[in-house]
Design a protein around this ligand. Structure first.
Ligand SMILES: Cc1cc2nc3c(=O)[nH]c(=O)nc-3n(C[C@H](O)[C@H](O)[C@H](O)COP(=O)(O)OP(=O)(O)OC[C@H]3O[C@@H](n4cnc5c(N)ncnc54)[C@H](O)[C@@H]3O)c2cc1C
Length: 364
C-alpha cells in the first residue's frame, strides 16, 4: 500500500474544510426544509441544503396554499401551535419577500364557509363564542347572513361563517421565494453533498417510508391530493371552504381548487376523474367559476405521520440526526412556527417549544 497522492490529500483537505464550515445539513427542500433553513440562516447558522430532486419537488410544489385554522373549540396544543404559526405567517413571509424580492402570494383575506342546516348554524354560533375566548382579539369568527353575491357560496341555512384568521400563500411561489431568499444569504439547494454538522431530514413522504422500513407499525404514510388551478381573477376576496373543498383566490388572477384525499393510489403525480369531481363541486358551490378555464391539474403526496400531527425532534437511534416531517394537510400553515422550534432545537438544544404530541420519540 503506497502513500496517498498529494492531490488526493489536497482534495480531502478542501472537502474537510468545506464540511467543517457547516453547522447544519438539511436534506429535503420542501416547505419544511426551506423554512427551517431560512430561520437557521437568519440566526447566523451555516447551512447546506440538499435535495436530489430540486426545491419543491414533492408535495410543496402545488397550488392550493390555504393557511386556515382548525375550528375554534376543543382546544389542544396542536391547535394552539397552529394559531401561533398562522399569526407568525405575515412577518415570516414579509421577511422572505424582502430578502428575495419575490412574492410568496401571502395574503390574509379571511374565509367564508356556507352553513348546511339549522344544526350547523347552532354549532357555528357556539364557535363564534369560543373563537372570542381562544383567538381573543387576534381574529374574528362570525356568523353573517349569506348575501347571495357572486363570491358567496350557496348556503342552505341562509348564513355563512366568516373568519378573519385564514390567509393563503401560493405554495410554488412561496417555495421559490424562500429559495431566492436563501440564495441572497449564500445558500443554494444542492443535488448532493456529504453530511456536516447536525443533519435534519425533512424528506417528506420518502422520509416516512424510510422510517417505516423494518417496523411492524408504520411511522406514517402518503396521502395523495389532486388540485386544479383556474383562470379567474378574484384577488383580494376571501377563500371559501365548502363541502371539504378549498377555493383559494391567488393574487395573480388564478383560483386554486382542492383537494382529493386518497390513501390508495398507483401514481402520486397523475390526476384523474376524481379531480373532475372536485372541480364540478367547486363550480356547483360557486357558479361564477362555471366557465373559468382550467390552467393546470396537479397531484402530490402529503406526508402524514401516524399521529396525524407534525413529527419533530431528534432521531432517537441516530445521534446527530433530526426529523421534521408529517406536515400532512397543513404543512404551509405550520411552517413558520415549526421553523422556529426546529431552529431552537438544532442550534440551541432547546426543545420546549415542541408539543408532546409532535415529538418523534413518541412515535418510535
Ligand atoms: C393537493 C394538496 C393540497 C394541499 N393543500 C394545502 C393547503 O392548502 N395548506 C397547507 O398548509 N398544506 C397543504 N398541503 C400540504 C402541504 O403541501 C404539505 O404538508 C407540505 O408540502 C409538506 O412539506 P415537506 O417539506 O414536509 O415535504 P415535501 O414538500 O414533500 O418535501 C420533501 C422534499 O424531500 C426531498 N427528498 C426526498 N428524498 C430525499 C433525500 N433522500 N435527500 C434529500 N431530499 C430528499 C423531495 O425531493 C422533496 O423536495 C397540500 C398538499 C397537497 C398534496
Amino acid at each position: 500500500m503506497g502513500y496517498p497522492r498529494k492531490e488526493d490529500i489536497t482534495q480531502a483537505c478542501v472537502k474537510e474544510q468545506a464540511l467543517a464550515i457547516y453547522d447544519l445539513t438539511i436534506r429535503g427542500a420542501g416547505i419544511f426544509g426551506l423554512s427551517i433553513a431560512w430561520i437557521a440562516v437568519q440566526r447566523g447558522a451555516k447551512v447546506q441544503l440538499i435535495d436530489p430532486f430540486g426545491p419543491a419537488a414533492g408535495s410543496s410544489g402545488g397550488v392550493v396554499g390555504a393557511l386556515a385554522p382548525h375550528a375554534p373549540e376543543h382546544w389542544n396544543p396542536k391547535k394552539a401551535f397552529q394559531l401561533d404559526s398562522l399569526l407568525m405567517a405575515k412577518g415570516f413571509w414579509a421577511d422572505v419577500e424582502a430578502a428575495s424580492g419575490a412574492s410568496s402570494g401571502y395574503a390574509r383575506n379571511g374565509r367564508i364557509q356556507p352553513i348546511a342546516d339549522d344544526h350547523a348554524l347552532i354549532l357555528a354560533r357556539k364557535r363564534a363564542q369560543t373563537a372570542q375566548e381562544l383567538w381573543q382579539d387576534h381574529a374574528l369568527w362570525e356568523v353573517i347572513p349569506a348575501t347571495g353575491e357572486d363570491w358567496h357560496p350557496h348556503s342552505p341555512a341562509g348564513f355563512v361563517i366568516r373568519d378573519t384568521l385564514s390567509a393563503l400563500v401560493h405554495p410554488r411561489q412561496a417555495c421559490q421565494a424562500l429559495v431566492a431568499a436563501l440564495v441572497a444569504h449564500g445558500v443554494t439547494v444542492k443535488a448532493q453533498g456529504d453530511d456536516a454538522g447536525k443533519v435534519l431530514w425533512a424528506t417528506g413522504v420518502a422520509g416516512l417510508e424510510a422510517l417505516n422500513t423494518g417496523r411492524s407499525r408504520p411511522m406514517g404514510n402518503g396521502v395523495k391530493g389532486q388540485a386544479a388551478l383556474l383562470a379567474y381573477d378574484a384577488r383580494g376576496l376571501p377563500q371559501l371552504y365548502a363541502d371539504s373543498i378549498h377555493v383559494i383566490p391567488h393574487n395573480d388572477g388564478t383560483v386554486a381548487i382542492g383537494s382529493t384525499s386518497e390513501r390508495d393510489f398507483t401514481s402520486g403525480t397523475q390526476t384523474d376523474a376524481m379531480l373532475d369531481d372536485v372541480i364540478a363541486q367547486a363550480r356547483a358551490a360557486l357558479p361564477v367559476l362555471e366557465d373559468a378555464p382550467v390552467l393546470e391539474r396537479w397531484a402530490g403526496v402529503r406526508p402524514r405521520a401516524r399521529s396525524r400531527a407534525p413529527m419533530l425532534g431528534a432521531w432517537p437511534d441516530r445521534p446527530g440526526h433530526f426529523i421534521a416531517n408529517g406536515g400532512f394537510k397543513i404543512g404551509f400553515g405550520m411552517a413558520p412556527k415549526i421553523a422556529h422550534v426546529m431552529a431552537d432545537l438544532l442550534l440551541e438544544d432547546r426543545d420546549e417549544g415542541i408539543p408532546d404530541g409532535f415529538r418523534v420519540d413518541q412515535s418510535f
